[in-house]
Structure formats: C-alpha cells, structure tokens
Write a protein that binds this ligand. Structure first.
Ligand code: ADP
Length: 370
C-alpha cells in the first residue's frame, strides 16, 4: 500500500482529485454567496410591481430551496463526472509518463548489475523520448568502455604471460640441469625481466596519457633544435647498426610552442622505430617543412615497410605487424599509441604511410604554429 501511495501514478490521481474538490467547493461557495442576493433583488422588483408580502415570502423561500437542491444535484453530477475523467486521465498519463520512467529505472538497475546491453524503448519525440535516447547513448558508451576494459585486461595478461613463461622455462632448465649455469643463461633471464619492466612502465605511461593525466609545459623552441637533440641521442645506435641518419630541415622554419620533452619523446619513438625496422646499410631521413599554419615533421626510412592492411591500425594499442620481430626488439606496440596521444594533446595529428613491404615507410606528425 505504501508503495502504491508513493508511486507517481497515485500522486497524479490525488492531485487531479484535489483540483476537482477545490473547484467544486469554490463553485458551491460562489453560488451560495451570489444566489440569495440575486433572488432578493429579483423578488423586491416583483413586490414593487404588486403582490402580497406574506405570499411573496413563501414563494421566495420555496424557489430558493428548490434552486439549492437543483444546484447541489448538478454539482454532485459534475463532481462524479470530473472524478471519473480524473481517473481515466491519470491512467492514460501513468501509461505515458510512468511506464517509460519505470523502464529506465529497471534498465539502470540491470546496467548497475553489469548487463551493459540493456536498452529502453525510445519511440516518442517528447522530452521522455529524448531522455530515453540519452539513456541509451549512456548505456552504449558504458558498454563500449566495458568491452575496452575487458579487452585491455586480456591483452595485458597475454603480454605479461610471454616473458614470465620464458623466465619460468629458463629457471626450470637451470634447476633440472638442462641449461648450464653460465652468464649467457642469466643474460637470457635478465633480458626477459628487463622486457617485463619496460612493458610495465609503458603501460603506466599509456594509462597516464589515455586518461589525459599529464601536464604540458609549453616553451618556444626551434624544430631544428628538437631534431638535432633526438639525432644526437640515437646517432651511436645508428652507427653501430650502420644505418645512415640524414636531417633535412627547411632553413626558414618559425619556432613552435610545444612541450619540449614530450615532442622529443615522440621524435625518439619514430626515429627509434625507423632505425629498428631498417636493416644494415639502409637510411633514415628526418624532414621538417612548413605546411599552411602547421609544421610537418616526417621520418622516412628505407626499411621493411608495412603492408597496406596494417597501416590504419599502427596507432592502436599493442598493435604490431610482426609480433615476434617486434618483441625480439623489446617492442610492446604501445609506443605509437603514446605518440598519437602526445601529438593530439598539442593540437596536431600523426600518420603513417608505406608503399608496401620491403619498400620503406614514412611516419609524420603536424604541429600547429603560433
Ligand atoms: P613497438 O614497440 O612494437 O615498436 P610501436 O607502437 O612503436 O611499438 O609500433 C607498432 C608497430 O608498428 C611495430 O610493432 C611495427 O610492426 C610497426 N612499425 C612502427 N614503425 C615502423 C617502421 N618504421 N617500419 C615498419 N614498421 C613499423
């Protein structure tokens, strides 16, 4: 009973009935106060036109009481009709208003319990329909986030499993005496542990950039300076691998307003990848050119190239064209995802292009000027 009393449909019905009661009482009071005056005036007029005092008084009382009875009857009829229509209207309104609200209530409970596929009917074009559509949008966004979360946990578990399985295998080999207790064996274990550590710190960095939980400290710098710094850091590795590193920067480039460390990180990732995926004897060229109100920085290599079907996915997390090759180089497929977030945080864009396998690739990003 208390659930019924607190329901919206019941409250609507009570409010209609209250309005009816107030209306009828007001009408009755108005009739009570107006009618005697009107009757008296009318009767006084008739007296003046002639007629006995006593007979006229009885006639007035009689007429007045008949009128009151008729008025009360009419008011009772009106009250009955109004109540019946209040009940019908409130049933109709309850269907129109309360039912969708109840659907949404039930659906939100289901979603809270983890059933993200739940949706509510949203056919009407009024505010309730709009509310239902917003509700469905929210449910779809939650469902997508949940799918991404599940996907991420699966991938992370898979990524962690490989080096852990390797470490376990080496340790078992050592315990069983299958592997010799020599520096080479320890080196293998160390390399796997190192990969795990790098993976964990990459994941930490990824979660930070994806959540936007980093601050950019903008300073005015020259693109040439940024490129020179990256080249200086990687030059020993280029020399060791015998890959040529060329810089080709337009001399009249205006300075840019960027976070030097973050854009340095992007460049280091792109140039590092270019070196990693370019075999000995190849070349990597870094170019910077003005382009409308932006500066484009391109890292071009003569390396292994990328097949067209992989290009659109390169910036997705954990995406690697050749998993074993990338993993052997310590890659986790996170570097380009982080680079994309950092470039986008600067208001720029990042892209990749390749004519095909064994034909080199070009990675580029834009930085807005001014
Ligand atoms: P990783 O740490 O595996 O290099 P990235 O996110 O930096 O991760 O790169 C993702 C994938 O893109 C790499 O695994 C590789 O397959 C491909 N890739 C990146 N740069 C190049 C390149 N210069 N040439 C060919 N393939 C590349």
């Amino acid at each position: 009973m208390s659930a019924l009393r607190s329901s919206l449909g019941w409250k609507l019905l009570i409010s209609y009935l209250l309005v009816i009661v107030v209306g009828i009482v007001t009408l009755a009071l108005a009739a009570e106060s107006v009618t005697p005056t009107a009757f008296n005036r009318h009767m006084t007029g008739m007296q003046m036109m002639g007629g006995g005092q006593m007979g006229m008084q009885t006639l007035t009382d009689d007429l007045y009481s008949n009128f009151r009875t008729a008025l009360t009857e009419a008011l009772l009829w009106a009250a009955g009709l109004a109540t019946a229509s209040a009940v019908i209207v409130s049933i109709f309104i309850t269907r129109r208003v309360v039912t969708p609200v109840r659907h949404m209530m039930q659906a939100s409970r289901h979603i809270a319990a983890g059933y993200y596929a739940e949706r509510v009917p949203a056919a009407s074009s009024d505010e309730l329909g709009q509310l239902a559509r917003s509700f469905n949008q929210m449910a779809a966004a939650l469902e997508q986030t949940e799918a991404m979360r599940r996907d991420l946990i699966g991938t992370v578990a898979h990524e962690l499993r490989t080096p852990l399985t390797n470490i376990k295998g080496y340790m078992e080999g050592l315990i069983d005496g299958v592997l010799p207790p020599e520096p080479e064996t320890y080196q293998l274990v160390y390399r796997e542990a190192d990969r795990l550590q790098r993976l964990v710190s990459d994941l930490q960095e990824l979660s930070r950039v994806e959540a936007g939980a980093f601050e950019l400290h903008f300073t005015r710098v020259t693109v040439t300076g940024l490129i020179e710094q990256t080249a200086a850091r990687l030059r020993p590795q280029f020399e060791e691998k015998d890959v040529k590193l060329q810089i080709n920067v337009s001399p009249k480039l205006p300075p840019v307003q960027v976070d030097e460390d973050r854009i340095g990180q992007v460049l280091l990732n792109l140039v590092g990848n270019a070196m990693q995926y370019t075999p000995t004897g190849g070349a990597v060229t870094i170019t910077a050119v003005p382009h409308n109100s932006e500066i484009h920085i391109l890292v071009q290599d003569s390396g292994i190239g990328i097949a067209a079907e992989h290009v659109p996915h390169l910036f997705d997390r954990f995406y690697r064209v050749d998993k074993s090759r990338s993993r052997a180089g310590g890659g986790s497929g996170i570097g380009l995802t982080i680079a994309r977030h950092l470039v986008e945080a600067h208001g720029g864009q990042i892209w990749a292009a390749s004519p095909g396998p064994e034909q080199g690739s070009t990675f580029g990003f834009s930085l807005p000027l001014g």
